[in-house]
Design a protein around this ligand. Structure first.
Ligand code: DAH
Length: 378
C-alpha cells in the first residue's frame, strides 16, 4: 500500500509503520539464516525500502506536523534495526555454538572405543576344522545321545560287565540304569546298525567321567570318534589318516610315534602320540617331560564289535579312533589349564582368538615351517 504521507495524518502514518513492523515480524519468523536476515534488512531498511520512501517525503509534510512525523518514522526505524541486529547476533552465536559442539563430538586424538568381539569356542573351532578335513575325505558327521545305555557304552564295544577295562572309565551311573557316555565310541555301533557297510563316519561329542578336577582333568570333555569300514582296510590307512589329520589341524607337519595300546574294541590297538607342540620336544609339564603327548588312541575294529553292529568281520575290516578333542584344542592354542574351557570366563578365550588358529609358539614342535592356507572355520 503506497500512501502519500503529505496527505496523511499521524494516525494513518502509525498504521503504515505498524504494517511495516508486521512485515518485519513475519520476515523474522521465516529467516533462519544470516543471509535471510540480511535480505529482510535490505528490503525494509534499504534504499528502496518502505522506510526510506517515508523519509524522502518528510520535507513535504506541513511544518506543523513535520517534527512528529520524523520522530515516529525514526523511532520505527530504530526498533526495526534493533530487531534485525538482535536476530543476526543470535544466529551468529548459534552457528558458533554448533561449530564448537561438532568439534567436541569428534575428537580425532581420542583413542578408539574398544568393542569386545565374540568368537567361537576353541574346542568348537577345532571340531569344525576336523569336520571339514573329514567331510573332504567322504566321512559323514553323526551325533549320538549323551545319556547312553550300558549296552552301547560298554557291552557292544566288547567290554562285558566284569571286564577290568570298565574301571578305567569312571562312569556317572544314572538312577534309570543308563549312564552319561564316557566316550564317543558307542556311536560306532549305532552307526554300523544304522547304515551298514561300507561306512565312513565322524562323531564329535561331549563325554563325561567321574574325575577330580585339576589342570588336565575335567568331568566334561570332548572327543571325536572316527570310524571307517570297507573291504581291505589296513592299519596303514589308519596311520596315513592320523598323520594327515594332525598335520592339518596343527597347520604344520607333525611327528608321530606309535605304541601298542589296549582297548577292548580294537585289535590290534595302538596309541598315536604327537611331538609336543607346546615345547617342541624340549620337555615340559604338558608332555609330562617326555616330549610326546598321547593324542590319538585307535586301532582296527574288533570282530566282536563288527558283529555287534551286524557287520560280517570276514567280509569287512575297519579302523576306529577316539581323538581327545579338548586336549587337541589345548595343544593347538597353548591352553595349559583345562578348567578355563568350561569356566565361562571369556578372558582366556578372547586371548585364544588373537592366535587365530596358528600354533602357539613359533618354532616349537616344528619339523618344517607352519603350513598356512588350510581352510579354517570362520
Ligand atoms: N573310547 C576310548 C576312550 O575314550 C578312545 C578310543 C580308543 C576310541 C581306541 C577308539 C579306539 O575308537 O579305537 O578311552
Amino acid at each position: 500500500m503506497d500512501l502519500d504521507i503529505r496527505d496523511m495524518d499521524l494516525f494513518s502514518l502509525n498504521a503504515r509503520l505498524e504494517q511495516i513492523e508486521t512485515e518485519l515480524a513475519l520476515g523474522l519468523t521465516r529467516a533462519v539464516t544470516l543471509d535471510e536476515v540480511k535480505k529482510l534488512d535490505a528490503s525494509l531498511l534499504g534504499k528502496d525500502g518502505p522506510l526510506n520512501a517515508l523519509m524522502k517525503v518528510i520535507k513535504e509534510v506541513s511544518p506543523a506536523n513535520r517534527g512528529a512525523v520524523g520522530q515516529a518514522i525514526n523511532a520505527a526505524k530504530q526498533r526495526i534495526r534493533a530487531s534485525l541486529d538482535e536476530r543476526s547476533a543470535s544466529l551468529q552465536t548459534a552457528a558458533a555454538d554448533a561449530e564448537t559442539s561438532a568439534a567436541l563430538l569428534y575428537d580425532p586424538t581420542l583413542p578408539g572405543r574398544f568393542r569386545p568381539m565374540g568368537c567361537v569356542h576353541p574346542v568348537t573351532s577345532v571340531q569344525w576344522e576336523i569336520e571339514r578335513i573329514f567331510t573332504r575325505l567322504g566321512f559323514t558327521i553323526e551325533a549320538g545321545p549323551e545319556m547312553e545305555t550300558e549296552e552301547y557304552n560298554f557291552e557292544a564295544l566288547n567290554i562285558p560287565a566284569d571286564h577290568p577295562a570298565r574301571d578305567m572309565q569312571d562312569t556317572f551311573w544314572l538312577k534309570n540304569g543308563m549312564c552319561l557316555r564316557t566316550h564317543t565310541s558307542p556311536v560306532q555301533v549305532r552307526a554300523m546298525r544304522k547304515f551298514g557297510p561300507p561306512l565312513r563316519t565322524l562323531v564329535p561329542g561331549r563325554c563325561f567321567r567321574y574325575e577330580t578336577l585339576d589342570a588336565s582333568h575335567e568331568n566334561t570333555f570332548h572327543q571325536v570318534e572316527g570310524l571307517m569300514i570297507d573291504r581291505d582296510i589296513s592299519i596303514a590307512n589308519l596311520i596315513a589318516m592320523a598323520k594327515l589329520l594332525l598335520s592339518e589341524v596343527m597347520h604344520r607337519e607333525v611327528e608321530l610315534r606309535i605304541r601298542p595300546g589296549f582297548f577292548p574294541f580294537v585289535e590290534p590297538g595302538i596309541e598315536i602320540d604327537m611331538n609336543c607342540q607346546i615345547c617342541g620336544g624340549k620337555k615340559c609339564p604338558t608332555c609330562k617331560h617326555s616330549g610326546w603327548v598321547e593324542i590319538l588312541p585307535c586301532g582296527m575294529v574288533h570282530p566282536n564289535v563288527l558283529r555287534a553292529g551286524n557287520i560280517d568281520p570276514d567280509q569287512w575290516t575297519g579302523f576306529a579312533f577316539g581323538l581327545g578333542l579338548t586336549r587337541l584344542a589345548m595343544m593347538k592354542y597353548g591352553i595349559r589349564d583345562i578348567r578355563v574351557l568350561n569356566a565361562g570366563d571369556l578372558r582366556p578365550l578372547v586371548g585364544v582368538r588373537r592366535l587365530s588358529g596358528a600354533v602357539i609358539q613359533e618354532g616349537a614342535g616344528t619339523s618344517g615351517p607352519p603350513r598356512l592356507g588350510i581352510s579354517r572355520p570362520e
